[in-house]
Design a protein around this ligand. Structure first.
Ligand code: ZN
Length: 246
């Protein structure tokens, strides 16, 4: 089975559309690790796409905030402004869908998915030192997670935790062979707001028969997404940061 794995789409339609076009025909099932909305200006298009295409979706912290499930006191002013804007923009039907998303982790066929970490949907796993204890909570040797917007993840290699790097700027994909002696926490990166220094949309294909994870980066029309964010009256920093991937 070939899985398309997406995370942190954040209402960026141009980025999602580019990824959807490039990945068409290359997967059997699409899966989403949360944060469909918040930040960019197309929550309805993005949530509708996920509803129509993704077999399994776990919720992210922005999905809770943008549907009124959380109060916004832990959000910084920019994220709060975007959440309030999204609450107004998202249709009642798609709000209901976003409210129905389950909390991770969710166990699938030999792997699991989560938004933050396997024991806390809101925890950021950025460094190998933080990821080390997360491996103890895994039910399988392979997990996919998001939340940090940094492509890569971690390998547990016979007691040592190693960091996986993102796809280098000069290439568009990189394949990781799965070694059954190791355990993996794979971060596909963010489709809609990458923060690892590469502005291209990030995503992953997992082939369970070939035992391989392929990391991908896809260029998209950043200027169009920026224009929509500015025209919507969202904080301009949300447009600016897309150009630098930070
Ligand atoms: Zn996010």
């Amino acid at each position: 089975m070939r899985y398309l794995i997406l995370s942190d789409l954040h209402a960026n339609w141009e980025a999602l559309d580019a990824v959807a076009r490039e990945s068409t025909g290359t997967y059997d099932k699409a899966i989403c690790c949360g944060d469909l909305i918040g930040y960019a200006a197309d929550p309805n298009l993005v949530v509708q796409w996920v509803h129509d295409h993704c077999a399994i979706v776990v919720r992210g912290n922005h999905d809770r905030a943008c549907t009124g499930l959380d109060d916004l006191e832990w959000f910084n002013p920019v994220a709060r402004a975007a959440a309030l804007w999204t609450q107004k923009a998202l249709t009642p039907e798609l709000t209901d869908y976003a409210l129905s998303l389950v909390k991770g982790p969710v166990l699938l066929d030999g792997f699991e998915i989560a938004h933050g970490s396997p024991f806390d949907e809101d925890e950021y796993l950025l460094a190998a030192s933080e990821a080390g204890h997360a491996f103890e909570y895994l039910e399988c040797r392979l997990a996919f997670f998001g939340h940090t917007h940094v492509q890569g993840g971690f390998i547990w290699n016979r007691g040592r935790v190693e960091t996986i790097g993102r796809v280098p700027p000069q290439s568009t994909s990189e394949t990781l062979e799965i070694d059954h002696e190791c355990a993996y926490m794979i971060n596909p990166g963010s489709v809609g707001q990458p923060r690892d220094g590469d502005p291209r949309a990030a995503w992953v294909l997992y082939d369970s028969d070939a035992h391989a994870v392929a990391y991908h980066r896809t260029p998209y029309d950043i200027e169009a997404a920026q224009r929509k964010i500015r025209d919507a009256g969202l904080p301009p920093i949300l447009a600016d940061r897309l150009a630098v991937g930070r």
